[in-house]
Design a protein around this ligand. Structure first.
Ligand code: SAH
Length: 335
């Protein structure tokens, strides 16, 4: 089978898939919202600024893609309350495929009004702000390899023994927009569907999506499929369904697809640059002064989010918006 089908089965199988079975998935990797509340709070303020830039519509959808434990949305909504009129306008929707994580989110957000959706087509119409942290890296990827002059697709299957192994398909026709500049390239088919959704929506009503993920700035990733279990990187084929599978995000293609459809694109810029421009350090100082017993932990968390050696540089932030909206906060002057 292709790597993309393997990824889909490992992550989403309703009985044995990673997201369906791992409630405590936070032990396998630590994401930005689980590192510090400042991450979600700054995204909440950013969303409030976007809402103002849209002309403060009386109702605005706030859609989170893959909310995990619901921690980020709780922090976003706490900060949103400081923007007059914004909380009252919010219609919240969470895109989540895992029933187990849906129930964790129900618990984290028990005092909030929101709906769950399982597919982007169910997202309510109207002005929309979309937030997604570490969502695009779970989209299944196909891996293409040029071998003896022809493109082949990497496969997962059995060779001689009972162990799963990687192999190559017979020659295949690669997708027309595959980056053919090297001998290996990854390709997430779902990026097209995703950008189609954004363009249909953002051309009709004002909207902006903020996506935070890891991946190179402007080259297509190759050979980046990774598996994480209990905080350690493991062999992706060793125990299907028990490890989280991810791949670098192709920001180059995402950027091209969005621009081809007439959307405005800002970034990608590094997470460190983005959060610093929004005042991460200042917010950390304020929080630390208000909670002296937790001051060290608060400063450490903020440092992890922005330091180049930790999450600050590897993670990138990209915004995709309706044409005509002003440049979103955090990107002004970033190009
Ligand atoms: N944003 C969270 C969690 C990231 S893990 C955080 O930063 O902590 C990825 C999340 O996306 C999980 O909630 C997973 O169940 C969800 N997810 C992955 N693929 C999905 C898909 N195709 N449709 C809906 N949700 C998906």
């Amino acid at each position: 089978m292709s790597v993309s089908l393997f990824m889909t089965m490992c992550l989403h199988d309703p009985k044995d898939g990673y997201y369906a079975t791992r409630a405590a998935f936070n032990r396998d990797f630590t994401t930005a919202p689980e590192t510090s509340q400042i991450f979600g709070e700054l995204l909440g303020l950013w969303s409030g600024l976007q809402w103002m830039a849209m002309g403060r519509p009386a109702a605005v959808n706030l859609l989170e893609l893959g909310p995990g434990r619901g921690t980020m949305m709780a922090d976003v909504l706490r900060a949103a309350r400081t923007v007059p009129g914004f909380s009252e306008a919010l219609e919240i929707a969470l895109l989540e495929s895992s029933p187990l994580l849906r129930s964790v989110q129900q618990h984290s957000l028990k005092s909030e009004r929101f709906i769950h959706i399982g597919d982007l087509s169910e997202a309510p119409d109207g002005p929309t702000i979309i937030l997604g942290n570490e969502f695009l890296d779970c989209l299944p990827i196909r891996q293409f390899v040029r071998w003896e002059g022809t493109w082949r697709e990497r496969q997962v299957g059995f060779a001689a023994g009972p162990e799963l192994t990687f192999g190559l398909s017979p020659p295949v026709e690669p997708p027309p927009d595959l980056d053919a500049s090297g001998d290996e390239a990854e390709y997430a088919p779902a990026l097209d569907t995703f950008v189609d959704f954004l363009s249909r929506r953002f051309i009709r009503s004002p909207g902006c999506a903020l996506l935070i993920d890891y991946g190179p700035h402007s080259i297509t990733p190759s050979d980046t499929l990774r598996a994480y279990e209990a905080g350690r990187q493991v062999d992706p084929l060793a125990a299907p369904g028990s490890a989280d599978l991810t791949a670098d995000v192709d920001f180059r293609r995402l950027n091209n697809l969005a621009k081809q459809r007439g959307l405005s694109v800002y970034g990608p810029i590094t997470q460190g640059c983005f959060l610093s421009a929004l005042g991460a350090r200042e917010r950390a100082h304020v929080l630390a002064r208000a909670n002296p017993m937790r001051a060290e932990e608060i400063m450490r968390g903020a440092g992890t989010l922005v330091s180049p050696g930790e999450m600050g540089e590897r993670f990138k932030v990209i915004a995709i918006a309706s044409p005509g909206l002003s440049a979103p906060a955090g990107f002004t002057g970033a190009g």
